[in-house]
Design a protein around this ligand. Structure first.
Ligand code: PEP
Ligand code: MG
Length: 540
């Protein structure tokens, strides 16, 4: 038995046979022809690769689609293609030219400061590997698994996960990789346990006896002994019982023992997870992070966005949906929009970014106003820190309305606009922002903790500020609750505190009756609230 420690990329515990995934295999012998012929071969291979990627994009769901779209866009990238063409012109074969250009290009991306951009290096390598395999005549049929397996490899690409049937992939264990990579994100959205950064020693071990992948603890156990197997079986059975018990709580409203109704909404990023959240019993969507629909780098136009919001409304099945306008910036970068900034979390982010790109902002507002005529949709604006910010945003809303009237398009004149409370300033000035016309408040505790404690939410060394009691944030939220109470405006709490049953009970005792929670935590919070009597003295 061998135990390897890595980092959790997607939670869960599985046990089963192991299958090694190798990304390179023998191809045809490489023969270099004239530059013109090599360029022609390359062009044909790129067309074929894009066709394959298009098929993968069609088969993928939600944000996973964007990854394959991004890879198609990468293959058309003029910079990358110029680089490849220059090697071919200098006498290199098409395949080595692509390999070399891909390495250099990915290397440059990896040097970027932004973690999200850095992670896109794997997508460039994945797309180029596909072209090279075509040029080399390597078999590119998707890995077919006959039995459900744990896949082990140096690294894993998004296409590996999507091309394997959902039920066949038990888990993923990689020597390298990171929690932020697209492959890890896909594993999380598909509910596939994954561990990264295991080091490459385990790849040389005998795995005939199968493995236990304990992703909850970032661990891979090869050839587990009887005790480890029994323990894993016990935990797997235990967690499925817990899941069933929690799922049974899904139906019906959330009422505390003293009869208070607490609305549990879901925080989502697109129609797929809206549907999952509705199945988990969410009463609506309290935060739709619209920017996740554009993370692949292309900002959809008004029409495309309009249909995207309609599909979210449809997935919510008539329940209310609050869409947040793009919160681009800080760790959510979009190539071509976000720029280097000495302190990105305090720089061009959220509303500031939208105000700097008025056409983008107004197209989004038009799409939202139109979708609002088709279902219960309201809009929140991110990173409003004072009434002036709010009024600037509303000028664009008015312009969007005028544009829709001019074009004779149907939209909801009465659609409600509210704002996120994510900075201490917004909490302190909540009453003034409401007086300026804001209709509701959504408290984002991820950023409120970050900006209150000056603790970077991306730096794991400061995670205690986010998991501990945060009395300063409680006081600020108290001010928000009071201001909202005076103005008669609703308040919803989302972010890290909304996923913690203890914090939710605390805020419920302060009078909050609406939370927006990631679907994975929703039932745990509900189970706790059902047991709680908000009128009884607090335990602490
Ligand atoms: C928050 O800040 O709590 C929030 C929900 O927004 P995001 O995590 O998207 O910044
Ligand atoms: Mg936020």
């Amino acid at each position: 038995m061998q135990v390897y420690q890595g980092a959790k990329a997607s939670p869960g515990l599985v046990m089963g046979p192991v299958r090694r995934l190798r990304h390179s295999g023998p191809g045809l012998e490489r023969v270099v022809q004239t530059p013109g012929r090599e360029q022609a071969l390359l062009n044909a291979a790129v067309v074929l690769a894009k066709d394959e990627l298009r098929l993968l994009e069609e088969a993928a769901e939600g944000t996973d689609k964007d990854i394959f779209l991004f890879q198609q866009v990468m293959l058309d990238d003029p910079g990358l293609n110029r680089e490849i063409a220059s090697y071919i012109a200098a006498g290199a074969g098409a395949a080595p030219a692509v390999e070399r250009a891909a390495q250099l290009y990915a290397g440059r991306i990896e040097a970027a400061e932004d973690e999200y951009i850095r992670q896109r290096a794997a997508d460039v390598l994945d797309a180029c590997r596909r072209v090279v395999n075509i040029l080399d005549g390597r078999p590119r049929t998707p890995l077919r698994l006959e039995t459900p397996c744990i896949l082990v490899s140096e690294c894993i690409y998004p296409s590996d996960i999507v091309s394997i049937g959902r039920g066949m992939l038990l888990g993923v264990a990689c020597a390298e990789g990171s929690e932020q990579s697209h492959a890890s994100i896909i594993a999380r959205t598909m509910g596939i346990p994954a561990v990264v950064q295991l080091g490459d020693d385990f790849l040389n071990e005998n795995c005939a006896g199968g493995a236990v992948l304990d992703a909850d603890n970032g661990r891979l156990i090869l050839e587990p002994d009887e005790t480890v197997r029994k323990d894993a079986q016990r935990r797997i059975v235990g967690s499925s019982i817990l899941k069933k018990r929690l799922a049974a709580l899904g139906a019906g409203p959330c009422r505390t023992r003293d009869g208070a109704h607490v609305a549990l909404l879901a925080s989502c990023s697109g129609p797929e997870d809206v549907e999952l959240a509705m199945q988990a019993g969410a009463e609506g969507v309290g935060l739709l992070r619209s920017e996740f629909s554009i993370m692949a780098g292309r900002i959809p136009g008004e029409e495309e966005q309009y249909y995207f919001y309609l599909s979210c409304l449809q997935a919510a099945g008539g329940k209310p949906v609050t869409v947040r306008t793009f919160d681009i910036g800080a760790d959510k970068s979009v190539p071509g929009l976000t720029e280097d900034s000495p302190n990105p979390a305090l720089g061009m982010r959220g509303l500031r970014m939208s105000l700097a790109h008025p056409q983008m902002f107004e197209e989004q507002l038009c799409a939202l106003l139109r979708a609002g005529a088709r279902g219960p949709l309201r809009v929140s604006i991110p990173m409003v820190s004072c009434p002036e910010d709010w009024l600037r945003a509303m000028e664009h809303v008015e312009r969007a309305r005028r544009s829709l009237r001019r074009r004779g398009l149907v939209f909801n004149e009465e659609m409600e606009f509210g704002c996120m409370v994510e900075t201490p300033s917004a909490a302190l000035l909540a009453g003034d922002i409401l007086a300026a016309g804001c209709k509701f408040l959504v408290v984002g505790t991820n950023d409120l903790v970050q900006y209150t404690y000056a603790a970077d939410r991306l730096d794991g060394r400061f995670s205690d500020y986010f998991s501990s009691r945060s009395p300063a944030v409680h006081r600020l939220v108290g001010l928000v609750i009071d201001a909202a109470g005076e103005a008669g405006a609703p308040v919803c709490i989302c972010g890290v505190h909304a996923g913690s049953p203890n914090q939710v009970v605390r805020y419920a005792r302060q009078g909050v009756r609406c939370f927006s929670i990631e679907a994975a935590s929703l039932l745990q919070v509900k189970a706790r609230l059902l047991e709680e009597d908000l009128t009884a003295p607090a335990a602490d």
